[in-house]
Design a protein around this ligand. Structure first.
Ligand code: CAA
Length: 259
């Protein structure tokens, strides 16, 4: 499929998805959300792909949902829109592939929500992150109240949500909301280096680990630990477990087959 609002590049096992509406600071309108949903689905089926890097063209990662489009929504249309955003981010979270957000600039509202659904976040020193919905007379609609609270705890989440203030990349790092802060010129190089490193591992295990961490965070510890035991034991039916352990004993690098 061809995309009007996205630029997709593939580099061996890594896909780079770049949101490309720079004149609107990559704001998420209906079409862009539909395209993102489609590309996430399409990439999931491409078994050559192992990691996705998500970034934005120009000075924004994503400056939120498209305010100009939302302004005329009825409550029913707003509900459908929020449902589409949630569906997209649930797909990212449930993906077999790790998603790396390379946050090149504004990650506000829906942009912060997209970022928080990713698995690892690298932020440029130019990033500005926040949930400013309150300034528009609305509350977040793509999971901001829930994922932000899970990432930074209730007090900090409420401060950010209730003030609408945005924070710098360094402040986000201090909150544990991003993994690393990177100079703008190095952002994509670092994101690609990280993506390639993860892509060199067994895709069976990257999917297992992502699923265990994401699911485990939302269920009780004993159920989560039981899930870990089940994934651990099923790892022993894979080629990659045999190869990984054999390679260790033979003092060489493993050659994983993702099976
Ligand atoms: N929706 C639609 N258009 C947007 C936009 C958005 N979220 N953010 C920026 N734009 C547009 C601007 O309207 C402007 O377009 P025009 O040239 O046609 O006027 C263009 O992008 C450039 O923006 P600015 O001139 O405002 O750029 P700036 O550098 O002066 O300011 C900014 C940048 C601080 C990010 C500012 O644009 C801004 O505050 N944007 C809105 C951020 C926001 O409130 N996001 C939350 C949206 S609600 C949401 O996301 C709900 C949800 O949870 C689903």
């Amino acid at each position: 499929m061809t995309y009007e609002n996205l630029i997709i590049e593939r580099d061996e096992g890594v896909a780079v998805v770049r949101i490309n509406r720079p004149s609107a600071l990559n704001a998420l309108n209906l079409d862009t959300i539909k395209e993102l949903t489609e590309v996430v689905r399409e990439m999931e089926e491409d078994t050559n792909l192992k990691v996705v890097v998500l970034t934005g063209e120009g000075k924004a990662f994503i400056a939120g949902a498209d305010i100009k489009q939302m302004a005329g929504f009825t409550p029913l249309e707003a509900r459908r829109f929020a449902g589409m955003g949630h569906h997209l981010l649930d797909m990212v979270e449930a993906s077999r592939m790790p998603y790396i957000a390379a946050v090149n600039g504004f990650a506000l509202g829906g942009g912060c929500e997209v970022m928080m659904a990713c698995d690892i976040v690298l932020a440029s020193t130019k990033a500005k992150i926040g949930q400013p919905e309150i300034n528009l007379g609305i509350s977040p609609g793509f999971g901001g109240t829930q994922r932000l609270t899970r990432h930074v705890g209730r007090f900090k989440a409420k401060e950010l949500l209730l003030t609408g203030d945005s924070i710098t990349a360094d402040e986000a790092l201090e909150l544990g909301l991003v993994n690393r802060v990177v100079e703008p010129d190095l952002l994509m190089d670092e994101a690609m280096e990280l993506a390639r490193k993860i892509a060199s591992k067994s895709a069976v295990q990257t999917a297992f680990i992502k699923d265990l961490v994401n699911r485990g965070a939302d269920i009780d510890l004993s159920t989560a630990n039981a899930l870990e035991i089940s994934y651990f034991s099923s790892s022993f039916s894979t080629h990659d477990q045999k190869e990984g352990m054999r390679a260790f004993m033979e003092k060489r690098k493993p050659e994983f087959k993702d099976e």
